[in-house]
Design a protein around this ligand. Structure first.
Ligand SMILES: [Zn+2]
Length: 274
């Protein structure tokens, strides 16, 4: 049994009342860590780790509203590919959830909600559905996302890409796309990729042309980018200070101080109006 088959098997057995059900991460050392994309819904905060049953350090968790992949070179694709390339993720899972508000909110409701926040319609993109990724089916949304990730030139041909749906009411996890199966049919696509290598190079070149300020990715190593970014942040911070920023809270030192440990959790005190 492979990793996600074991995860789903353990999930179903636990829901059926099997107190022994659980994953043995040691059995899957070659398939861990994994990278998972989920929605921003806070109900997933406690739910997802227990549904997957993976150790915290084996679980790279990416989130966006509606677990949407907008395109093969999108920013979420960038993060997923970096999760594989620099954090060693071996498998990718797009995990949708039931009762998703991104799917339930209509275009008109969304416009109204933005208006209530002081964001008028003309300030929103024209292609509002496409931009915010409004979808009508949670399942179709996951299937589409898994398909885009599978075919992104940024993802290696040997990396399984799964599509799953978790029930926020019960915690039940179900297959929508078995990434091990699509991987098998994917080997034939390798030849296709070889044929269309020119296109892939073009796609990567368009990414390489992407600039941030003075930075140019092709000429720069990751470490240098970080250094440049730090310098840039530092310069901006000094510029802001020299302007005599009005809001003291906005005045940040160039290097952020180390965050102190949070105080121990205390029970919340609810103030009630008399
Ligand atoms: Zn959601």
């Amino acid at each position: 049994m492979r990793l996600f088959e074991a995860i789903i098997d353990a999930n179903h057995r636990a829901l059926a009342g099997d107190a022994q059900a659980g994953l043995h991460p040691g059995d899957f050392a070659d398939e861990l860590p994994i990278a998972a994309l989920t929605c921003i819904d806070p109900r997933l905060n406690p739910l997802l780790p227990s549904v997957l049953g993976l150790p915290e350090d084996q679980f790279i968790w990416l989130r966006n509203a509606g677990n949407i992949i907008t395109g093969p070179m999108s920013t979420t694709m960038r993060s997923l590919s970096m999760a594989c390339a620099i954090k060693g993720a071996k498998e990718i899972a797009i995990i949708g959830h039931t009762d998703c508000l991104v799917g339930k909110t209509t275009t008109m409701q969304l416009i109204e909600k933005f208006r209530a926040l002081g964001v008028e319609r003309h300030l929103l993109p024209d292609n509002i559905n496409e931009y915010f990724g409004i979808f009508s089916s949670e399942r179709q949304n996951v299937i589409k996302a898994a398909d885009i990730v599978r075919h992104s030139p940024l993802i290696g041909p040997k990396t399984p890409v799964h599509g799953l749906l978790v029930d926020t009411g019960t915690g039940k996890l179900d297959w929508l796309v078995n990434g091990y199966q699509t991987l098998e049919s994917f080997s034939s696509r390798l030849q296709e990729v070889a044929k269309s290598a020119g296109q892939t190079v073009d796609a990567l070149r368009s990414l390489a042309d992407f600039k941030i300020g003075e930075m140019r990715f092709p000429d720069t190593k990751i470490g240098e980018i970080v250094t440049h970014a730090e310098n840039w942040v530092s310069e901006k911070a000094h510029e802001f200070e020299s302007l005599g920023g009005e809001n003291p809270a906005e005045k940040k030192p160039a290097v952020p101080p180390k965050l102190p440990l949070p105080p121990p959790l205390r029970p919340r005190i609810h103030l009630r109006k008399p």
